[in-house]
Structures are given as C-alpha cells and as structure tokens.
Write a protein that binds this ligand. Sequence first.
Ligand code: FAD
Ligand code: AMP
Length: 471
Amino acid sequence: MAAQDAFDLVVIGGGPGGYTAARRAAELGLRTAVVDRCRRLGGTCLRVGCIPSKTLLSLTEAYAYARDRLSQDGINARQGFEIDLPRLYAYKDAVVAKLAEGVAFLMRQNGVRVIEGTARIAGPQSVAVRHAQGEEEILEARAVLLATGSEPIDLPFLRFDGRLVVGSSEALCFPEVPKTLLIIGAGAIGLELGSVWSRLGSEVTIVEQLPRIAAGFSPTGAGALQRELAKQRIRFLLAARVTGAEVGEARVKVRVEEGGREQDLVVDRVLVAVGRRPHHAGLALEEAGILLTERGRIRVNRFWQTSLPWVYAIGDLIEGPMLAHRAQAEGRAVAELLAGKPARVRYLCIPNVIYTEPEAAGVGFSEEDFRAAKRRYRRGTAYFPANGRALAADMPNGFVTVWMDEESGRFAGMEVLGSRASELIGAGAVALEAEVSVESLARAVPAHPSFMESVHEAAIAALRARPSGGF
Ligand code: FAD
Ligand code: AMP
C-alpha cells in the first residue's frame, strides 16, 4: 500500500460531472484529485455517449441528405454516395481522442492529480484506489465526490451478449450495417441510434411500451417527430411489449405483443435502449452507510450531500434526468460550495434535446406543467415553413412554441421541433435563467434570415394569444 496523500477533494469518476467538478475545485484553489478506472477521461459522454453518437448523427445526416435530397434541390451527385464504415468510425474515434486530450489538458493546466484506478470509500475521509497492476493506494480526502455515472439496462429475456443483443456502446460500432435492427425503447438513445442505422440502410423497427415516443416532450412535439421519423422509414410499434426472445446463431427472434396481438420479428440485431441505471457497484456505499432512493439512485440533499456529510454525489448517480450538462452544472456547484461560495442549479432551466432530424428540444414549462400547476398561461407557435432561412436551407419541417406565465408575463418555457433546435433552445435556457419577459423576447431583434426569427415570432404570437388554464 502506497503512502497516504491528502486532498481537499477526491472525485471518483472522470465523466462530465467529475471532470467539471475537479477543474472548478482546482481553479478555486482546492487540492484536487480525480480517479477514473479508464485511462481516458470524459466518461460515458465522451467515450460512448453524447460525442460519438453526435458524430455519427452528423455524418449520417449529411450522407442521407446528399443521397436523398441534394439532386431534388438542383445539385447532381453523378457518382452517387456510398458509406465507408471504417472511415466513419475512424473520424468518430479521432473526435473522441481530440476531446479527451482536451479534458486531460484542462486537468494538467489546473493542477488536478489524475489517477487511473478503481476507487471506493475506504473509511472516514479516505478513498482506496486499486490500480490496474493490483496494488492499492489510500487517498486522504476532506471531501469526496461520487460521479461514477450509469450503465445500460437489459431485459430478463434479452441479456446483452455484445454481439446480437446490445446496448448503446456496441450500437455505436456495429461491424457492418445490420439489414434489420430492432430497438426496444423510443427515448433519446433509441431514436438517435435508430436514425443513424436507418440512414445507413438498416430496416429499423422501434418497439415502445408507452403509446407515444419521446416521453419528455409534449404530445404535439412527440407526435410531429414520430411522423417525420416514419417518413424516414423508421417503423414504430407503440403501446407494444417485447414478451420473449430466442437468440440464434446469427439472428434473433423477438416476440412482440401489440394491442392484444402477438407477432414474431426475426432481426439481425437488437438494441435494448430501455434506460440506464446508476453505476455504484464497488464503491462500498453500504459499508460506508450511504443511502439509496427507492429507485436505487444515491440519496442526496439540496447541496448534493449524501447521508455521509463529507461525501457528495452528482450526475447519473442521483435522481433526475441523465444528461451530461446537468452533471456538469452539479459538478461546478459542488466545487463552489466546497470552496465556500454560494452555488445552485436551477433544474427548470436545463434543456432536453433529441438529436434526430428534425431535432426535438425543450426547456422549462410546457402545457402539461401549467395544467398540473393550475396556472394560467399563453402559448404562441411559429412554423418553420414561414421562416426564410429554414426554407432556403431546405429544412422547413418544424416549429417553435413559447409559453408565457400569464400572471408575471415571464417567459416560462419553449419547445422546438426542427433543424437547429439544439442551438435555439439555448435562447430559451438563457431567457429562463435570466427571468426575462416574453415581451423582451419579442422586442429582441434576431438576424434576418435566421432560425432565431421563429423564436421571436413565437414570442409575439404568445403575447397576442388568449390566456388558457388556471382551473
Ligand atoms: P459518466 O459520464 O458515466 O462518467 C462516470 C465515470 O466514472 C466513467 O468514466 C467511469 O469509468 C468512472 N467510474 C465508474 N466507476 C468507477 C470507480 N469505482 N472508480 C473510478 N472510476 C469509476 N447526455 C446529454 O446531455 N446529451 C447527449 O447528447 C447525450 N447522448 C448520449 C448518448 C448515449 C449513447 C448515451 C449512452 C448517453 C448519452 N447522454 C447524453 C447521457 C450522458 O452521457 C450522461 O448523462 C453523462 O455521461 C453522465 O455524466 P456523469 O459524470 O454522471 O457520469
Ligand atoms: P429513456 O428513459 O429516455 O432512456 O427511454 C427509455 C424508453 O424505453 C422509455 O420511453 C420507456 O418507456 C421505454 N421502455 C422501457 N422498458 C421497456 C420495455 N420493456 N419495452 C418497451 N419499451 C420500454
């Protein structure tokens, strides 16, 4: 066992939550270490999540657009287009490597000690790190931040085998384009990876137990997204359940029950995308006396303290939406609290995005939230077919809806379906955080032509709308 090293903060897990906390803590003068079992920092998000999926989505979107739409728009691609999967993956891996080097640089620049190894709580104010070679190192820590993220969930009759029945990590690097792909779960991961493989030529079927896709979005937004994805040849079986499966040598037979009828689907690959569970095995939580919630996430108070006051937890480990930017906001806040600064995260201001084409994005309140809160609101919508930039870019499918709180006149939320929704929603997040009025949003002058004009038009429409709700 190596000699003890003393830190103000030891972060366990170097994903977006952990590395953001470590960077901020070190910036604020705390002696900080971050431990990750992988040599490359960045966590799920960078290695097998946000970044590789968005790289594949961007490249396949360009490919599908060139293949299906360019010639209609007056650009002849005489040679046609074909996909080179190894080069696509090489590009994706290069993006990941470059960003991981950026994270490592930030740690070096701020004097964070990066330790490769598997960590656990070892006793009062101490963390044990097991290195790859087997030896254990003890770190003394005034505070510990748990940020070990999450892992995909499989189904009792569809266990991951890394080959035919897979989770999202393997679906980012199938060795060839599967002819047929069944995806279970129509959340962000199922819809995004379904888009990637459908664009590359797979026949994609998505089975979802709910009667709708994209559960976090309004029924209008989700319905419109479903229609657009169906046009791209993604087939949906909604209010449907997978009730059994037989995994063969090369194919999988899956039994699906839909509206009282059962059918067998024989497919090349199955992606189980039914959600993720917090990854805290091996941290010795029980021995340390750290409590979990009913759903198995780590229980924290509003300062992200666990039941052991010197141990904090953030990101996918705790209750709330599993999003990288939420983990980052929490990481930053914990570092600031430890440095004696005030800090908070306004969860209402955290946007949620699905990076399909069109993209779906939302922030703040929507219709259902106002109804549940019995508050009066106004709603305004602007449609992309009336937006010059969207038409010029041949991206006219979509709309922006803005919600205004009737009592205060404040901007309360926004939903966008359409190209660039992930960028436009940033304006909503800023407006919500800054508590601006819808009138200010309507007065702000967007560039012409731009997608942002639709946000402006939706704000004007909300001001002119009749109030609803409140009963
Ligand atoms: P993680 O990123 O999971 O990092 C945890 C780290 O802890 C890992 O590096 C792991 O190696 C390490 N670790 C675990 N146990 C130990 C241990 N005992 N000792 C040492 N180290 C340990 N979110 C978005 O906001 N936008 C997106 O577009 C998006 N796309 C996604 C696409 C996919 C395919 C997936 C799977 C997820 C996506 N997410 C997205 C979710 C996002 O990746 C997670 O919410 C985010 O990574 C959570 O961050 P975290 O810091 O809590 O944990
Ligand atoms: P998310 O929680 O965003 O990762 O999305 C997971 C999706 O999978 C949700 O829409 C769930 O309703 C759906 N889901 C969960 N379990 C099943 C199941 N057994 N069969 C079909 N869909 C499921």
